[in-house]
Design a protein around this ligand. Structure first.
Ligand SMILES: Cc1cc2nc3c(=O)[nH]c(=O)nc-3n(C[C@H](O)[C@H](O)[C@H](O)COP(=O)(O)OP(=O)(O)OC[C@H]3O[C@@H](n4cnc5c(N)ncnc54)[C@H](O)[C@@H]3O)c2cc1C
Length: 525
């Protein structure tokens, strides 16, 4: 098979907030190629509703934002990283305002700030309840005016080109033609977002299969803290299974939403003094526990006691989406279930996005910067993506590969395909997602984790064989990513014999000081 070769200065894998913001920070430094798996707006970014946490309120302070972040991170957030996050945050928000992002303003034209669970002050900058869509739209529009940026949609990066611990670009599959391209680049940024699709129920779109973590792991990068996966407590329950579940934003609870079981008991009373404004992990576990105890599929989130016009003004997107399912949120409670939402761990980076491999940066949800620790404070992730992708932009020129790549970097093309293999891919994908949900989900047990791991070790071997011997397809590439991520989450969860933040293991229900450290895994390559 012919392989097309393309050369560029910057290869950006992904087209969410991290990649687009990085692009705008290196815009005058060379040719930029963005590869993205589906359409350019198919990204977690596009679905973010709540907003971006940042200090703009005179009663607020960097110290307070930092304290909230560290408290939620349960002793595992890196103080220096959090300091950078909160202090550089407002400037990065102003950058994107200058690039065209329109946030909601109050009567005096100041940024309207929301308060979300875990935050001590109103500090969520937002654009109605469709912040991510506005950010994505504005940044895409901002890069359009530059002739040195190209975006290839429907291009799935599946392997990094590595030699002598340096990254020379990546291989990608053009999903629409089946063609393979080799992109040789002086600098590569992984900005592939999260991995919610590894779980049966998720708020993440179909692109979130953890490809960035998988390719970095296979290239020999350190991967950290994968056991900390955040489950959003409230996504819309629908009787029919969905590819992704629609999120009922935290902000709805921040603005007075209350949780009830199906008998009308306000159950958060029994779980946390802050009730519905307790941190996400507490609320998710509470919902999970009520559902398991009562054997039901959903609990209720109710905001109908608030003023109808205000509900429609503040939550137009949620209001409209729920109406599609004949639920009028201004008049009745919303059936909700928890779902996998955010990957706190990821590819280990320093405070400038550098990975262990020269020429390779990572930013956004795919990266581990040390900010989140054992749990992510709401609305800190868009901020993290902005702050650290901009910092990555600052070091990009110094981190570039200087010489040409060694010859003979082409992968083996001896591949075959049979119909059984497609069946196997679809079937195995379902099994991985189900096993992750049942055994490596919100509440964990040692024997369930071990059971999952035995299966995943076997799948890992089988899928690697399949990957090496089949024609490349999106199914096979994503399956390889999913099993890698499932394996990394489970292995990390097994090694943490305590409960901390998002990792709750019933067999080790307390925090244990000797585990106050990151879980770091690296493949020998
Ligand atoms: C429903 C929802 C609501 C959220 N609400 C908030 C919020 O209010 N506030 C907040 O701070 N955070 C929120 N988050 C989290 C936040 O949106 C994400 O963490 C953030 O957008 C991640 O940005 P990113 O650029 O790292 O990745 P993404 O925006 O996910 O972009 C990843 C990109 O990589 C591409 N890609 C993936 N794999 C490949 C591959 N192999 N080859 C080529 N391209 C690839 C994808 O197609 C996509 O373009 C929310 C997330 C969800 C799902």
């Amino acid at each position: 098979m012919e392989i097309k070769r393309i050369e560029t200065d910057f290869l950006l894998i992904g087209s969410g907030i991290a990649a687009l913001n990085f692009a705008l920070h290196v815009i005058d430094k060379g040719k930029i190629l963005i590869l993205t798996k589906k359409k350019r707006t198919d990204a977690n970014t596009n679905y973010a509703q709540g907003g971006i946490a940042s200090v703009f309120n005179s009663e607020d302070s960097f110290e307070s934002h930092k304290e909230d972040t560290l408290r939620v991170g349960k002793g595992l957030s890196e103080e220096e990283a959090v300091d950078v996050l909160v202090r550089e945050g407002p400037s990065r928000v102003k950058d994107i305002i200058n690039w065209g992002v329109e946030f909601t303003r109050d009567e005096s034209s100041a940024l309207e700030l929301w308060k979300e669970g875990g935050h001590s002050h109103k500090r969520i900058v937002h654009s109605g309840d469709f912040t991510g869509r506005e950010v994505e739209k504005a940044l895409i529009s901002a890069i359009k005016s530059y002739s040195n940026i190209r975006i290839f949609e429907h291009h799935l990066a599946y392997e990094l080109i590595i030699a002598d611990n340096s990254c020379y670009g990546a291989y990608a599959l053009d999903v629409s033609t089946g063609e393979i391209i080799q992109v040789i680049s002086r600098l590569t940024l992984l900005a592939t977002g999260g991995a919610g699709q590894v779980y049966q129920h998720t708020s993440n779109p179909s692109v979130a299969t953890g490809d960035g973590v998988a390719v970095a792991y296979n290239a020999g990068c350190k991967i950290a803290d994968m056991e900390f996966f955040q489950f959003h407590p409230t996504t819309l329950y629908t009787p029919e299974p969905q590819e992704r579940q629609f999120l009922i934003s935290e902000a709805l609870r921040g603005e007075g939403g209350r949780l009830y079981d199906q008998e009308g008991n306000r159950f958060m009373e029994g779980f946390h003094p802050k009730m519905e404004l307790a941190p996400r992990d507490v609320v998710a576990r509470a919902c999970d526990s009520v559902l398991k105890k009562r054997g039901e599929d959903f609990v209720y989130l109710d905001i109908s006691h608030e003023d109808e016009d205000e509900i429609k003004r503040k939550f137009p997107n949620i209001y409209r989406e729920c109406l599609k399912y004949s639920i009028n949120i201004a008049k009745e409670p919303i059936p909700v279930v928890p779902a996998a939402h955010y990957m706190c761990g990821g590819v280990y980076t320093d405070l400038f996005g550098k990975t262990d491999i020269r020429g390779l940066l990572a930013a956004g949800e795919v990266a581990f910067t040390g900010v989140h620790g054992a749990n992510r404070l709401a609305s800190n992730s868009l901020l993290e993506a902005l702050v650290f992708s901009a910092r990555a932009g600052k070091v990009a020129m110094d981190w570039m590969i200087q010489g040409p790549p060694p010859e003979d970097l082409l992968p083996s093309m001896k591949r075959r395909s049979t119909i059984e293999e497609s069946v196997l891919a679809v079937h195995t994908r379902k099994e991985i997602k189900q096993t992750m949900w049942d055994y490596v989900g919100i509440v964990r047990r040692d024997y369930l984790l071990n059971r999952a791991q035995r299966r995943f070790e076997l799948y890992l071997e089988e899928i690697e064989e399949l990957y090496k011997n089949s024609y490349l397809s999106q199914d096979i590439i994503e399956l390889r990513s999913l099993i890698t991520v499932a394996y990394l989450i489970t292995r990390s969860a097994i090694s943490r014999k305590e409960s901390r933040g998002l990792h709750y293991n019933k067999d080790h229900p307390d925090e244990n000081e000797s585990y106050k450290k990151h879980t770091v895994i690296r493949k020998e390559v």
